[in-house]
Ligand binder design. Sequence first.
Ligand code: SAH
Length: 493
Amino acid sequence: MEKNQEFIVTIEDMNEDGAGVGKVDGYIWFVKDAVIGDVVRAKAMKMKKSYGFARLMEVLEPSGSRVIPSCPVARQCGGCQLQAMSYEEQLKFKERKVMNNLIRIGKFAENEIHMLPIMGMEEPWRYRNKAQFPFGKDKGGNVIAGFYAGRTHAIVEAGDCLLGVEENREILDIVKLFMKEMKIEPYDESSHKGLVRHVLIRKGFKTGEIMVCLVINGKKLPGKERLVEMLCGGDGKDEKGQGINREGINGKEIYGKETNGNETDGHGIRGMTSISYSVNQEKTNVIMGKEIVNLYGPGFITDYIGNVKYQISPLSFYQVNPVQTERLYGTALEYAGLTGNETVWDLYCGIGTISLFLAQKAKKVYGVEIVPQAIEDARRNAEINGIKNAEFFVGKAEEVLPEQFEKNHVHADVIVVDPPRKGCDTVCLDTILKMRPERVVYVSCDSATLARDLRYLADGGYMVERGRCCDMFPGTVHVEVVIKMTYCGDKKK
Ligand code: SAH
């Protein structure tokens, strides 16, 4: 096979990135945008010794799992790798991927692992509470807001990302109109000129509160009062004479407002609670700048996961799919099996979402997290919820836990871990084995490292009791898993 040569291939699998995988004469081809079961005509693009990458030219026989993507720019965007697959098949794909990793990498027998059916979403759209849109210009010089195409930095105008909330589009229209009025230019990466780089939008799904933060290449935002007026409504230009419309703030009526294209109707955005800008004058791919200038509201929005209340500022970490987060962490709580007497360690605790969830049912919860800012949030979140039995440490799990164990002889009935993709450090796992909690609850966003770590714990005397996948990111290849392990060291021998 030579470069640019076309060939026909049957797609038999999908890789970690959601590309279709097929074989021709024993040679493996990765074909982006092809779905398992498709027979496709593909064009050879790049070839390595034992595998190559090909471009999808034509679907000759569509797979039974194939659907027409709901988003018109799904292929250009690349953010939703699985949009051409029916949701049911996406869920099956994710469950299979996790099980395969547990068997292949974790060396577990299929009957050793009892996985409950994956928790999918009833409505797998508009689940993201956060969006960051880059600003730029199209060829005609018009200001556009959208996303970076594929892995490039070319901005494609996105009418409406179907993973985001409906208000996103209205807000972007208002910001564009504001820029036009004030003659503000979008940022241009190549010349490092222009002002508006990104717009960050967040929404509290339970409260309806909305945050808008402009990321700008400058210290000042000209006409900032006007921006506030336009976003909040009540700018005096409303023909119907209506003022700020904020009845949606307490979560009752927050949808149902139609957008009217490029103009704002002067009503502003329902639920608008926090407006700010972030200064980012660096030549960098990092979106947010460190400095936040508050223009309107308290500087944060409020939201709930379960009964726990969170204050979210522009720089705070917060789970992007709050509906599924509640289900995932609800399962973690169930697996922790708390009666009120337990001491629990929550490693990699972030802003303490799991810790605070567990604290309501445990005697004491200790959280450990490497990012100091996240721990500040965790402590404040504990305080605003009146939770007094949670304590937080800043540091690496693999340092804090051994230190606390060796010096202070701390004890754990249950240890929960929710590590980043690379999984747990072996020092951390060794300490867990030494502390020997009755139960370990492992929450994972990468089933390959999960499988590796579960094997380590299994060899140390733990048994996988049950587990469940949770679809936090429909349309994408990502899947979260929660596993309950119990100590059975002696019984095993
Ligand atoms: N459960 C958390 C999210 C966990 S994401 C929540 O809901 O907020 C994984 C977290 O692990 C991130 O916050 C990351 O900053 C943190 N982290 C990464 N490496 C770490 C380490 N070695 N020790 C402790 N925390 C770490």
